[in-house]
Design a protein around this ligand. Sequence first.
Ligand code: PEP
Ligand code: CO
Length: 447
Amino acid sequence: MQADPTLQAQLDHWRDLPRVQQPNWRDPEALRCAVDELAASPPLVFAGEADRLRELMAAAGRGEAFVLQGGDCAESFAANTADHIRRKVETILQMAVVLTYGASLPVVKVGRMAGQYAKPRSADTEVRDGVELPAFRGDAVNGHEFTPESRIPDPHRLLRAYHASASALNLIRAFTYGGFADLRRVHEWNKGFMRNPSYSRYEVLAAEIDRAVRFMGAAGVDFDAIRTVEFYAAHEALLLDYERALTRIDSRTGHAYDCSAHFLWIGERTRQLDGAHVDLLSHVRNPIGVKLGPTATPADVRALADRLNPRGEEGRLTFISRMGADRIRDSLPPLLEAARDHGVPITWICDPMHGNTIVSGSGYKTRRFSTVLDEARGFFEAHDAAGTNPGGLHVELTGDDVTEVLGGAEDLDDDHLADRYETLVDPRLNHQQALEMAFAVAEMLRD
Ligand code: PEP
Ligand code: CO
């Protein structure tokens, strides 16, 4: 199929629009070289996979599936190892089993993985001990180390981000197609988790899941036939040059897809209606998301829905609310009602992390487990009241035993944050807290 010149022009229209949160690349020639190389590199995902995920997101919007999106706030090149990737996939699969039971629905598994290398920042610079340097914007842009050299945006990092994403995706595909995701195996891992007496509160639910899995076996379910799971990749579409270079026109349909991931979202800081991010993603066919914080209005919801889902397709547009536990019960209902009355289908997902970031007494950027859970509870309550479907959960987590989020049944306190505080940007649920969250949300889904 001939490339459509109108579509090509649309895909570059963002270049004429206001854009925020872009790195100050100092060497335009180096940027051009990197972008040209990306544009000539193979896609990371295929159009057909993105289409399939759009159908699954549509099911979640109709209340026929539940989405679990999880992974690091900011992935790092250093942590892009087999062990870290495996533990993150394991954690998401374990959570998914619990949520499948709680929701009595299929769970759509999406990693904030294989591409989550760019971060929006509230300030352009960071000051430490009187020294001011450019802020860290993710490994795709500059280094985390607090030195002038490391903080210079380096376009070559875009290529490293692409290759790191490719190798992570390759491993994720191998894990999820190769029997690693076998339900019996994932269930055994969860039984290991339940042996910890801190989680005895969830004993009854865990016993029910165990009985359900045994029932499936007794009833003759062919576990070998369900050894593979579909696992999708998502990240914030922040770096316009990167996302544009990986946007391809599908030869089969003539539509454009951002082939850097299956699902892309626009962040709270870049969702301006007349801005570059909204424009670029308006022209691709992937399922996409937009974060909505407490300042979002019903008018914003209607305008974003019209702009990003003009054909009113189910599964195309997800709103990821991130209100803060103390505001969600007031801020979310008017948005749900506005979307419902406007009629453009929306899948609603709860990000209970980003509205609940605090600084601990000892100075760490952290979140309280109980507050995170409370936002999730408020999300379900709001949907109940509006008669809309709670479509899923978006969480920052890791498969490792880090100490970044306060509380949980093991009651991590401020004194312990320093033990393993490893995140590059926002605090993540550790492996245990992530599973505990799945049990707690599973209970909410059953209520
Ligand atoms: C994020 O998801 O890491 C993030 C920056 O979120 P938000 O755009 O909602 O602040
Ligand atoms: Co974050």
